[in-house]
Design a binder for this molecule. Structure first.
Ligand code: GLN
Ligand code: ZN
Length: 774
């Protein structure tokens, strides 16, 4: 038998560095504590380090330019000079400072919107189409290619966001205009690729994850001719079109693209892609990049199973035309399990982060190319390990499973005890002093260096519980006073005890584990360390009662209890893959339901169950989304369904397009929902012009992702616009999201302005209602 070497590839790799040096470098620079040169040196060092890691692991096609200083979509925007006019850009190469300004805003110009990258927890900066033609201000992939070649002397595969995906990610392009806008990118993409070809680059990867979304035939035709023109522009260049996160929506059209390698996700789009492959075959003149290792989750792969599955592929596409790779960029998983020192050994064994996934890929490729005793035993060992982990008793909690089954069998358990109209009346009686347009915040207050240090000291055992609690109590006292003094109506305790809103709950529940270094990028320099949900979840003891009750004891204003909702905990954790996601979510809901009961017993009357991540878990395909929404709502209702009618349940959601969510939000049946709106310029208000919403609602009146202090008039305008379509007595005033990332002075200034704006609007409403009464 002749053997061929199966090649390996990586679509993308984490940016942040083993110690989050990337984040630290950026934040130091933004804080004015380091120079532009120092930033560049450090970020380029990390760029090289990551390439070296992939090289050491033996990856054949190593990606470059998917590494960004902030976000790869933003890089594409700046590369094409598509700077929104409010930034007063005058042409030429876009400086890092201008790039950061788009992402973070300045005192003069609001930041660009940020939104979820497909169904991940990564957020990209949304490009804004203003009709100006794109220009190649600089060739970023070429620069990256050169830097790496100069440093390491190796060939790499530049990665570019593909034209269709880029255009589809833009704001300001309606569906009907999309193709016309796409056509305007023909020349810049050709030029970009020509320059790469001229340099001697062999292979370029164009990422087109949008090909998994529903697309019309007309769109496919336009994409086809776009790629034909690219083909003509660079006849010699090896073009590689990469999809991920789902199966491609139109396989037959996809495989006709005039390119050399087609990349498919055989983890998250497995069923679709496999069926298509069997049914339609695969063109004999192209190579197939097979995404076979999960790039979205952290579990070790059963390589024996993958290897067996690959036999079915081999019957359709000969092995010499394969490239093996993870299913998507490894941006979505942490770097390595190697440094974890405090995990259960069984769990540590079961994990595979980015670097371990690289090893899995190279082992698998070796095994496929030429299986020998070494590869065979390694592949078999992976199967045994996965099986042992699946059946490990310490992951199972039969009691919770049976209690939950009983709860789920009774529909009533997921229904509040009174209808909203009745609840509203009860709430009015319970809080008679609450004014029209009550002001509140989303929960967290600025997390100063001092607070972070305090948590760390306690964690490290430098502080005893008493010292730590005293510190937290002082901080709560200070902030209750600040909120009272500003004149906020519904107060919060500030969440100072929480490093992270999901981690905090995970640590107090059974079934979770925590890594020390398992960070992943969420947006910009912000990283999260998702908990690992590895077993059945169980409530142990009250998680938030002490802090909330303490804060409430300090004030006569209501203090809102603050919980993270079941769907969000699920979507922001790495979850087990041996039971359905919804089962884990119901387990979480059951635990939170017990927490709500504990808060009620402590006299807390308003409880917010945050669900900012509901949309993150949304399947990409509309037909799947229907089912997801059903069980997500069911989980939320299971968590809140036990609350007394007198209890006011709040919820909160952030950065998303709510236009298709109103029904879901209504079905959740919370008494008040606060939504992010400020960053989208109040677009959400337009949704309520079309659809009615009859529960309490707070529209975020200012963007908390930027240090900018919004003016009173600005917020007033937003409120007035919203009040023109929403009932006044159901309307709440709040910032867009939690304030933990902001500094104290700007937060206080912004909240003062928010309260002043509210008072102005109240006064006007009061005036107009008197007029109406006369
Ligand atoms: N209560 C959380 C906070 O204020 C909500 C954060 C979020 O929605 N992402 O930080
Ligand atoms: Zn939020």
């Amino acid at each position: 038998m002749t053997t061929t070497n199966v090649l390996t590839s990586v679509i993308g790799y984490p940016r942040i560095g083993y110690d989050r040096e990337w984040k630290k470098a950026l934040e130091q620079y933004w804080a004015g504590k380091s120079s532009a040169e120092a930033l560049q040196v450090e970020l380029e060092r990390i760029e090289i380090e990551r390439v070296r890691t992939m090289q050491d692991k033996g990856i054949h096609y190593i990606p470059v330019n998917e590494y960004a200083w902030y976000d790869h979509v933003l890089d594409t925007t700046t590369m094409f000079g598509l700077i929104p006019s409010r930034f007063e850009y005058t042409g030429g190469e876009v400086s890092p400072d201008l790039m950061f300004a788009l992402a973070r805003g300045t005192q003069e110009a609001v930041a660009c919107e940020m939104t979820k990258w497909f169904n991940t927890n990564y957020h990209y900066i949304v490009p804004e189409w203003e009709g100006r033609a794109p220009q190649l201000t600089t060739n970023r992939p070429l620069q990256a290619y050169r830097r790496v070649k100069a440093a390491l002397g190796i060939e790499t595969k530049p990665v570019v966001v593909g034209p269709y995906t880029y255009v589809r990610s833009m704001k300001g392009v309606s569906k009907t205009e999309r193709l016309q806008v796409l056509a305007q990118f023909q020349d810049v993409y050709s030029q970009l690729l020509q320059e790469l070809a001229a340099e001697g680059v062999a292979v370029v990867q164009l990422d087109e994850p949008s090909f998994v979304l529903p697309m019309s035939n007309e769109e496919w035709a336009a994409v086809q001719s776009f790629y034909e023109a690219l083909r003509q522009a660079v006849p010699q260049l090896h073009l590689w079109v990469q999809t991920y996160f789902e199966g491609v929506s139109n396989y037959e059209a996809f495989v006709q693209l005039p390119v050399d390698t087609l990349g498919l996700d055989f983890v998250h789009g497995k069923l679709r892609n496999e069926v298509s492959l069997r049914k339609h075959g695969f063109p004999a003149d192209k190579r197939l990049a097979l995404g076979v290792i999960d790039g979205r989750n952290i579990w070790q792969t059963d390589l024996a199973a993958v290897s067996a599955w690959l036999e079915t592929v081999a019957a359709i596409v000969p092995q010499e035309r394969w490239i093996l790779q993870p299913s998507c960029s490894l941006l979505h998983v942490p770097l390595t399990t190697q440094r974890e020192a405090a995990l259960l050994p069984e769990l540590q064994q079961a994990l595979a982060f980015a670097d371990e996934k690289l090893a899995e890929i190279t082992l698998l490729a070796r095994h496929q190319s030429q299986a020998d005793a070494v590869t065979t035993s390694a592949v078999e060992a992976s199967a045994q390990a996965v099986h042992a982990w699946r059946t490990l008793p310490l992951r199972q909690r039969p009691q919770v499973v049976s209690e939950l089954a009983q709860l789920l069998a009774d529909e009533e358990q997921g229904t509040r005890r009174a209808h909203f109209a009745e609840r509203k009346q009860l709430h009015r009686e319970r809080w008679p002093l609450l004014p029209l347009l009550p002001t509140t915040t989303i929960g967290s207050m600025p997390q100063t260096a001092e607070i972070r240090r305090a948590r760390l000291r306690y964690r490290r055992g430098e502080w005893d519980l008493n010292t730590y609690e005293t510190f937290l109590q002082d901080e709560m006292k200070r902030w209750i006073q600040i909120q009272e003094e500003i004149g906020i109506d519904v107060l919060v305790h500030g969440e100072f005890e929480r490093t992270d809103m999901v981690e905090y709950f995970g640590e107090k529940l059974d079934g979770f584990a925590f890594t020390q270094y398992g960070w992943v990028q969420s947006y910009g320099s912000r990283c999260v360390k998702p908990p690992v949900l590895y077993g059945d979840v169980a409530f142990k003891e009250a998680m938030t009662v002490a802090e909330t009750a303490f804060a409430q004891s300090l004030t006569s204003q209501p203090v809102k209890g603050m919980l993270t909702g079941p769907v969000t905990i699920l979507n922001w954790s790495f979850v087990r893959d041996d039971i359905p996601r919804e089962q884990s979510t119901y387990q979480l809901a059951y635990a939170l339901r017990q927490e709500i009961e504990a808060l009620e017993q402590a006299g807390i009357g308003m409880i917010q169950v945050d669900e900012p991540a509901v949309k993150e878990g949304m399947p990409l395909l509309p037909e799947d989304a229907v089912y997801y929404k059903e069980w997500a709502v069911r989980a939320f209702r299971l968590s809140t369904g036990g609350a007394a009618a007198q209890t006011q349940i709040h919820t909160h959601m952030c950065y998303c397009d709510f236009s298709d969510m109103i029904q879901t939000i209504t079905d959740m049946d919370a008494d008040v929902i606060s939504l992010e709106t400020a960053r989208s310029g109040g677009d959400i208000v337009a949704v309520f012009e079309r659809e009615s919403y009859e529960l309490g609602i707070g529209l975020g009146v200012y963007d908390i992702h930027s240090p900018r202090v919004p003016a009173v008039e600005e917020m007033q305008q937003l409120m007035e616009r919203a009040l023109s379509v929403l009932p006044h007595d159901l309307f709440w005033i709040n910032p867009d999201c939690g304030l933990k990332t902001r500094h104290e002075p700007e937060t206080i200034a912004a909240l003062r302005n928010m309260v002043e704006a509210t008072r102005n609007v109240r006064a006007k409403l009061g005036a107009s209602s008197t007029v109406a009464a006369e």
